[in-house]
Design a protein. Structure first.
Length: 309
């Protein structure tokens, strides 16, 4: 007889709510983050987080929860896990902790060793063709799952080396005269926009951020601090979320605040002031209640940028 085929699903908070009516949960639950997202649907961040915790609530004593050691909010969830905890971290884990981490330029795992977990190099970090701390942690989680199933390091390395990031998530769509254009249409929370700015804004004030949305929930304080450090300009599209963004960003001489009636005008405004080495990024920050609006705007951003060549 054939061995059982593992089924891997991406479960939104809404789908996880449906587990309330069942007797079982996933055998392995990879819990990636808690961001202030979808708050137009939930009464609070705590309620949103509670729906996501369903991923390991019914896994039982033999279940596994994969959590980030680097995020205090996620690390605390370990106390609510009835089964086993496997950690991911950008730093070495403590003695006796099982997981996948980064050390000396390598991805290290001590999952699945017998009779006790044994540390081994899975692959060089340089073979992960993505940057940004959150992206790397996501890859570590994606390594932990097959390691729990006994998949070889060679197979894991081969899959990761050939993986490319999805459209609409930090997607570099074109390079025009040394200016890169990045479509992050699904950057629908301040935290996600923070991630893309930290990734591409490491060289100082070099970013032209096209942002906005029609959602007004979300804390912009930390994002605005980074915007003022790395952005030459912020170009806001129409929407109530954009109004909130403008009201909180204030004015600084270093970061220019502009408005655009549509995406083509936003790209044109950015291109007129961007110079070689800069990045033009579309990331909504507060997002759109209808995700299809964001993805459509992402397509318009990509087409407008490519039309500049």
């Amino acid at each position: 007889s054939k061995a059982p085929m593992p089924i891997i699903l991406e479960l939104s908070s809404w789908l996880l709510e449906s587990l309330d009516d069942g007797e079982k949960g996933p055998a392995i639950g990879l819990f990636t983050n808690i961001y202030a997202d979808h708050l137009h649907r939930y009464d609070s961040l705590a309620q949103y987080a509670a729906s996501k915790k369903n991923i390991f609530a019914k896994s039982g004593e033999n279940g596994v929860a994969i959590l980030s050691k680097d995020d205090p909010a996620l690390a605390l969830l370990a106390t609510e896990v009835s089964g086993n905890v496997v950690w991911v971290s950008l730093q070495p884990l403590a003695e006796g902790e099982e997981g996948v981490w980064i050390e000396n330029g390598n991805v290290i795992s001590n999952i699945g060793g017998a009779p006790t977990p044994r540390s081994e190099i899975v692959m060089p970090v340089a073979d992960i063709h993505m940057t940004g701390d959150d992206n790397i942690r996501n890859v570590l989680g994606a390594i932990a799952v097959p390691k729990l199933h006994g998949v070889s390091n060679e197979a894991i390395k081969r899959a990761i080396k050939t993986f490319s990031i999805d459209d609409d998530r930090q997607e570099i769509v074109t390079d025009v005269s040394g200016v890169i254009y990045v479509n992050d249409a699904l950057g629908s929370t301040p935290e996600l926009t923070l991630n893309v700015l930290r990734r591409f804004g490491e060289r100082g004030r070099s970013i032209h951020l096209i942002s906005g949305g029609d959602v007004t929930d979300g804390e912009l304080g930390e994002l605005i601090k980074v915007v003022e450090l790395v952005c030459k300009s912020v170009i806001l599209l129409p929407g109530e979320g954009s109004v909130k963004f403008e009201n909180q960003i204030g004015t600084t001489e270093a970061t220019q605040l502009l408005h655009a009636k549509d995406m083509s005008e936003a790209v044109r405004l950015a291109s007129e002031t961007a110079t070689s080495g800069d990045g033009v990024i579309f990331s909504p920050a507060l997002g759109y209640s209808d995700v299809s609006v964001a993805t459509k705007l992402g397509d318009e951003f990509a087409n407008s940028a490519k039309g500049l060549q």
